[in-house]
Design a protein around this ligand. Structure first.
Ligand SMILES: Cc1cc2nc3c(=O)[nH]c(=O)nc-3n(C[C@H](O)[C@H](O)[C@H](O)COP(=O)(O)OP(=O)(O)OC[C@H]3O[C@@H](n4cnc5c(N)ncnc54)[C@H](O)[C@@H]3O)c2cc1C
Length: 507
């Protein structure tokens, strides 16, 4: 069956009492569904708006709509509904509740927690058509559709000399990262993606569309644990004039013998006990790059700086002095950052390559040099022992934190504002054999445990948006008992049946 343009059915059903039906489109559609014993689908279609589309397994459009960035543990979807207006989301949720079906809202399917694999025979609510960007007349806020991607946000605002915090990847949504915090290049200035929220239109588990703002009981929870409480159909966020459009990068590729000197220099010259300059972001990778070293993984290290055409020598000189094998630099404007970091729409991180990706995130205060060495050595050995894992990386992100730390920690459900480092082994592999998946999980777990033990922290602090799903609520939402109790109480009140309990659930 082709994609079903449900609009015909919706319009006819809504207006049928007043207007003559044109042709027999509605009858034809319902008859076709009925002849297949599929009144269920006809009933659903009849409730949706003209632009909504439905697709089913076996159709090309369904395959495209359900393809995922990480193929491991995908949700089991039996119907894809591409909604066209906010009310469609209300209708799908009510319909699914009436028929006891599970459902999952998605944008570009970059979420990679194993939890979504618990969706069985579910309805996927594809939000992509809700991609509007409207700047308010006073220029202080903009309202975005609930399915808008970071690229839509950046381009839509830039055209009006505005910007706001998004994730760094063009093809990741605004809402997906934002509901769990949302790290991005502008967070040093303005805070996390969620810190920009002014209000959300949210469809809750009872199928009601509610405006959630600072006066609503869910306001605290949707900022940090938002995936637990509903589907965002639109969002109003703070936006800012573009006053510092220029950005520059410097890159340094080192051989593995430089692990100690690189991370000691990052600690000493950039992080400086959690005081990295607001205009600086640093990040690095352990990665196999045979063009630099055919035998062992290398360290790719990047500094990006705002408001300049070339990264200031005071930041680059200490890293040049370490003797990189390859060094490069360049400049441009804010919109170039995704390209420089491999996160533009046509680049590797945006592709759905049919790979499984296991991420093992951890929030840290500082690099422990001995632990960095141990992680590198373990990674190096594993790549040699199991070549099927050798596309894996270890990612070390060091954003500036001023804007994040200007927001009181207790004011939202996001629990890790003190941490300037987000690190994550990312284990990629092709075949989904249980043995390889076990090896991937063991490797990532061991790498994370080395870093955790060296950190001296009492609890693992795991960024919910990178989590693999093998962790638990205290690791995703903070170990403080008041946080856990508050979230569990709200969850019981607003989602007692666990309709939104696939993406790293609080309960
Ligand atoms: C290549 C790559 C780059 C990334 N870069 C960043 C980054 O720079 N900063 C950062 O913080 N994170 C980043 N992430 C992590 C990202 O935050 C998560 O993967 C997030 O889940 C992606 O959201 P999505 O909407 O794009 O993906 P989806 O898989 O479409 O959605 C993820 C989940 O969000 C929920 N959801 C989706 N839409 C809605 C909605 N409208 N209302 C309510 N719930 C909804 C659902 O539970 C869904 O399972 C990156 C991930 C990848 C793979």
């Amino acid at each position: 069956m082709e994609v079903v343009m449900v609009g015909v059915a919706w319009a006819a059903n809504s207006l049928g009492n007043y207007l003559p039906l044109q042709g027999n489109s509605l009858n034809g559609f319902i008859e076709r569904c009925s002849s297949q014993g599929n009144n269920f689908t006809a009933d659903l279609a009849a409730r949706l708006s003209p632009g909504a589309k439905i697709s089913f397994p076996g159709e090309e459009t369904f395959a495209e709509a359900t393809a995922r960035w990480s193929t491991f543990a995908p949700p089991n979807i039996s119907i894809n509904v591409e909604v066209a207006v906010e009310q469609d989301v209300v209708e799908v949720v009510r319909f699914a509740n009436e028929h006891n079906k599970s459902y999952l809202a998605v944008n570009n399917r970059h979420g990679a927690t194993n939890g979504v694999g618990k969706v069985k025979d579910g309805i996927q609510i594809l939000m992509s058509q809700l991609n509007s960007v409207e700047v308010a007349a006073d220029g202080q806020t903009a309202t975005f559709g609930g399915g808008v991607l970071a690229k839509d946000v950046t381009e839509g605002l830039w055209a009006k000399n505005k910007q706001t915090v998004t994730g760094g990847c063009e093809c990741v949504s605004l809402v997906g990262p934002g509901l769990g915090g949302g790290h991005g290049f502008l967070q040093g200035r303005h805070g996390l993606v969620q810190d920009q929220f002014v209000s959300l239109n949210l469809v809750t588990a009872d199928g009601k569309l509610t405006k959630v703002d600072q006066n609503h009981e869910l306001w605290w929870a949707v900022r940090g644990a938002g995936h637990n409480f509903g589907i965002v159909t639109s969002i109003t966020s703070k936006v800012y004039d573009v006053v510092r459009p220029k950005w520059a990068y410097a890159s340094f590729f080192y051989t593995g013998d430089k692990v100690e000197s690189v991370y000691a220099t990052i600690n000493e010259k950039l992080l400086k006990n959690n005081t990295q300059e607001v205009e600086i972001i640093n990040y690095s990778l352990f990665i196999n790059d045979p063009t630099v070293d055919a035998a062992n993984p290398i360290i790719q290290f990047f500094i990006v700086q705002e408001d300049t055409e070339i990264v200031d020598e005071k930041f680059t000189a200490p890293f040049t002095a370490l003797g990189p094998a390859v060094q490069a630099a360049g400049g441009g404007d804010y919109r170039d950052l995704p390209t420089w970091t491999g996160n533009a729409g046509d680049q590797i991180f945006c592709q759905k390559l049919g790979l499984s990706a296991f991420r093992f995130p951890l929030e840290l205060q500082v690099y422990d040099i001995a632990a960095q060495r141990k992680v590198y050595d373990l990674y190096n050995a594993a790549m040699k022992e199991t070549p099927a894992l050798n596309g894996s990386i270890a990612l070390f992100e060091g954003y500036s934190m001023q804007g994040v730390q200007a927001v009181p920690a207790e004011s939202s459900a996001y629990p890790f504002r003190e941490s300037p480092l987000l690190v994550a082994p990312v284990i990629f592999f092709k075949e989904d054999t249980p043995e390889l998946a076990q090896k991937a999980e063991a490797l990532g777990t061991n790498m994370r445990e080395i870093l955790f033990e060296a950190s001296g922290q009492p609890h693992r602090r795991v960024y919910v948006n990178y989590a693999l799903g093998i962790e638990g609520p205290e690791e995703w939402y903070g170990a403080e008992s008041w946080r856990q109790e508050k979230l569990k109480t709200l969850k019981k009140k607003y989602d007692p049946a666990g309709k939104f309990s696939f993406y790293n659930p609080i309960a």
